[in-house]
Write a protein that binds this ligand. Structure first.
Ligand code: NDP
Ligand code: 8X3
Length: 256
């Protein structure tokens, strides 16, 4: 049976670009996201290249994740690569002003959703003694910034979870990689600003950001390296982005 590829967040951005990229292998691909119309469109456009199975699924729904993964059609059940791309940031307000529900949504999606998908796919990988879990973390999981509060913390979780998976999986022949992108133009900022496209566009104004296709190329690269090579973490920024100075409050003038 052919080895399949399971991609979450396939309706947009990195996940969608990964679907297009991996379709060139001709292997069965499972595409996951909530917006089923987009999944259908993608299935139609890729089905001449690879068998595509779509699942309209909210990764926060533990029972549904479990049931969809345990009931994959035979052609797709041999999952060899899991790309955990479903995720989001909500808001950029400081911690004392932020919406607690936004925090919960990020925790439920970026942490719990990713964990549900991984936990349900992993046992069969272990049984088959092969597999590759590719998580989409973020530079926000490495470096703090104002307004990054819970979003960055969820990505720090993803980073450490990825490393701990590696520790658990010693001898199981399963690779785990955390990709940590910086500024990339996708629907990410529109989602972060709750649909305010003008505010989202400003984030990328006069920059040359990473694209979804750039990240898909990197995901594809780590996945197609010889099997004895495990890229643990890969941090990537656009050339136009670096770090800032440390912030220092002088005589209480910073404004809080
Ligand atoms: P997009 O908003 O373009 O894509 C996000 C994807 O996640 C969509 O397909 C969306 O599908 C899916 N998703 C969100 N919530 C859920 C859910 N509850 N259940 C299932 N699917 C869900 O953003 P990106 O492609 O940029 O983001 C992908 C990942 O990359 C995220 O984890 C993000 O944190 C991370 N990242 C993004 C960066 C950037 O600057 N763009 C930089 C670093 C990391 P749908 O809404 O249809 O369910
Ligand atoms: C997305 C990158 O810098 O907006 O994870 O947090 S950033």
């Amino acid at each position: 049976m052919q080895k399949s590829i399971f991609i979450t967040g396939a309706t947009s951005g990195f996940g969608k670009a990964c679907a297009v990229m991996f379709a060139q292998l001709g292997r069965p691909i499972i595409l996951v996201g909530r917006r089923i119309d987009r999944l259908k469109e993608l299935q139609e456009s890729l089905s001449s290249k690879a068998p595509i199975h779509i699942i309209g699924l909210d990764v926060r729904q533990k029972k549904s994740v479990e049931s969809e993964i345990s009931n994959l059609p035979e052609e797709f059940e041999n999952v060899d690569i899991l790309v955990n791309s479903a995720g989001l940031a909500l808001g950029l307000k400081p911690s004392h002003e932020t919406d607690l529900e936004d925090w919960e949504t990020m925790i439920d999606t970026n942490i719990k959703g990713l964990v549900y998908c991984t936990r349900n796919i992993l046992p069969k990988m272990v049984k088959r003694n092969m597999g590759h879990i590719i998580n989409i973390g973020s530079i926000a999981g490495d470096y703090p910034y104002p307004g990054g509060n819970v979003y960055g913390a969820t990505k720090a979780f993803v980073k450490q979870f990825s490393r701990n998976l590696r520790a658990d999986l010693l001898g199981a022949n399963i690779r785990v990689t955390n990709i940590e992108p910086g500024l990339a133009e996708t629907e990410f900022s529109v989602v972060r600003f709750h649909g305010d496209a003008q505010k989202a566009n400003k984030v990328y104004e006069q920059t040359d950001p990473l694209t979804a296709e750039d990240i898909a190329e990197i995901v594809f690269f780590v996945a197609t390296l010889p099997p004895h090579i495990n890229v643990n973490r890969l941090e990537v920024m656009p050339t136009c982005q670096t770090w800032g100075n440390f912030a220092i409050d002088r005589n209480g003038l910073s404004g809080l």
